[in-house]
Design a protein. Sequence first.
Length: 342
Amino acid sequence: RERRARFVGKNGACNVAHKNIREQGRFLQDVFTTLVDLKWPHTLLIFTMSFLCSWLLFGMVWWLIAFAHGDLDHSTRLQRDPAEGAAGGPSGFVPCVTSIHSFTSAFLFSIEVQVTIGFGGRMVTEECPAAILVLIVQNIVGLVINAIMLGCIFMKTSQAHRRAETLIFSKHAVIALREGKLCFMLRVGDLRKSMIISATIRMQVVKKTTSLEGEVVPLNQIDIQMENPVGGNSIFLVSPLIIYHVIDKNSPLYDISPLNLHHHEDLEIIVILEGVVETTGITTQARTSYLADEILWGQRFVPIVAEEDGRYSVDYSKFGNTVKVPTPSCTARQLEEDKSIM
């Protein structure tokens, strides 16, 4: 049969395409998040254009101020006849901004003001109050652009999904006996030494269902109870752990056997691990999923933690390795019925 499309990929990416969104203006109401969600080429393009546009805009403003005050005419006369004296010299003319001769020099002065380079060749005088006001406005605008763009780049480089790249799940899940009960099991581990604080794990079954009224739910999400060696959903992920789900009468896997497992082409089990990154304090989430053909019946994960030279060593080369173990070829329902008869 044709393999069903995943709802969540093995790398945690959600396989959902949003189409025909009519209210695009909602994205502009949260510009910062929109900028963070953009791809790197688009972010860098916006970062560059925001500075260039502001420099050009204020360069035009400085040129208009110089043109209105007559600074350009006076600069032209000085270039033709240096005997007239420099700015503020014998001619008695004081420009709004010194050494503004053209739009190019006004653009250079705009860059100097906004990024506080200050080469010293151009400066604002007290002749024009409007020039002083523009100087204040441009400094404020420059600080706002710096804060937004640098904050955006910082958030993109420290996004939570970067930390999730070192949280790994076993490629396959297994179903085998544990404490006399059929259990769905998977292995999770953290490759970094810095820990995930308050780590919790939960699992959902996503499948197509039809209600009693005939309503078709293409992606019905059903929470199922997870167990782990320390009890509850919280885990101490200092070394790889085997997380398991007991297949009981409340489980969606209660009537699944090894014979009909691969006929459940619409079955997908999603595992979500959440926690706080110890070094940054940012909440991160790692996800994966298992389709029916990625669930191995009658297998168990091999041990990978061993004590060596007074400390515990983890062999990640065996992280996803499994071995066959005796397991009933029946559903969990049939197994319980057989035990009750005995």
